[in-house]
Ligand binder design. Structure first.
Ligand code: PHE
Length: 346
């Protein structure tokens, strides 16, 4: 009986040990391992309750061996539980780190660099073309006085042409300090005066910049937009030089298949004045800007003697040019800072 009992207990211990290990192996997470832990290795576990049957084994030595077998099996099960728990904790931690991590290297690894806005691109190309024609670049303030924006440009306070410029004033118009009234420049023409005042002729200058008008934004208008002004002051400058520069510029900027034409027009600061249009050989005329011979009053306001020097000036909008060039339907799109729009023009 004793050897039977021994082998009986031994078989049951072995079966319980294998069953426990199998259950541990099939656990799917740490919580499940904890839950089955006490069932498999606790006081009431199959293995530990088998200790009660040790008494059936008569032979002291055999009983001792069977007891050791139980102890070893319990230890093995405990070790397996611990190891499995540790494995799950590592896995769960890795999954948590992966799900909560922020990939701060996204822009670096995708090598996505920014680029200039299409208006800036157009401005830079315009500058390049005019620098190639021998012009220098000048800039003036965006916040101007009534003097530079209007008066020096042959538009005294009562001049009807002032109403064409829907001016945004920084301070209310004061009749006492009329000429010092502060406003946002409505065109780049005031920079002509500043250049004439600070440079000596001969002057070959372009003046790009931001201008402001009280316009309601729509598909072709923005209250803030960009112009480029041109000014040439030298001896014996004629209208033919103006037409020649406009034509050279047209071909250099838009391409050889383009031509320009001048149409009579009116600006208070030029006399005679013209509007200039451009056209692709098989296309329609597109109106680009205004130009003309600098009015003697404007030369005088800039400190230049009209008997000694003559000159011409031109000015046109940059935003619409960029819009046409890139087939942008609505000019407002250019200023909403939507990256999906902006990224198309790198
Ligand atoms: N300043 C004018 C405008 O904004 C354009 C212009 C510039 C016309 C220079 C003639 C000479 O409409």
């Amino acid at each position: 009986m004793s050897s039977d009992a021994t082998s009986d207990v031994g078989t049951q211990v072995e079966a319980a040990r294998l069953a426990a290990l199998a259950q541990i192996a099939s656990a799917t997470d740490a919580a499940m391992v904890t839950k089955i832990g006490s069932e498999l290795a606790g006081k009431k576990s199959v293995l530990n309750t088998l200790r009660a049957s040790l008494g059936k084994i008569q032979d002291a030595e055999a009983r001792k061996v069977a007891g050791q077998l139980i102890n070893e099996s319990v230890q093995q099960v405990e070790a397996a539980l611990q190891q499995r728990t540790a494995e799950f904790l590592v896995q769960e931690r890795a999954a948590q780190v992966a799900s909560e991590s922020l990939d701060l290297t996204e822009y670096v690894t995708t090598n996505r660099r920014g680029h200039s806005h299409i208006v800036t691109q157009a401005m830079q190309r315009l500058e390049d073309v005019f620098i190639g024609l021998g012009f220098q670049v000048a800039e003036g303030p965006e916040v101007e006085t009534d003097f530079y924006n209007f008066e020096a440009l042959n538009m005294p306070r009562t001049h009807p042409a002032r109403s064409e410029f829907d001016t945004m004033f920084i301070e209310p118009f004061s009749s006492e300090h009329e000429a010092n009234t502060v406003l946002l420049r409505t065109h780049t023409s005031p920079v002509q005066i500043r250049v004439m005042q600070s440079w000596e002729p001969p002057i070959y200058a372009i003046m790009p910049g931001r201008v402001f008008r009280r316009d309601t934004p729509d598909a072709t208008h923005m209250p803030v937009f960009h112009q480029i002004e041109g000014l040439v002051i030298d001896r014996d400058i004629t209208f033919a030089h103006l037409a020649g520069i406009i034509e050279s510029f047209t071909k250099a900027f838009f391409g050889n298949e383009f031509t320009s034409r001048l149409r009579p027009s009116f600006f208070p600061f030029t006399e005679p004045s013209a509007e200039f249009d451009i056209k692709r050989s098989n296309g329609d005329w597109i109106e680009l800007g205004g130009c003309g011979m600098v009015h003697p009053n404007v030369l005088r306001a800039g400190g230049i003697d009209p008997d000694e020097y003559t000159g011409f000036a031109f000015g046109f909008g940059i935003d619409r040019m960029a819009k046409e060039r890139h087939n942008v339907e609505d000019i407002r799109e250019m200023y909403t800072n939507d990256l999906r729009f902006l990224r198309q023009f790198s």
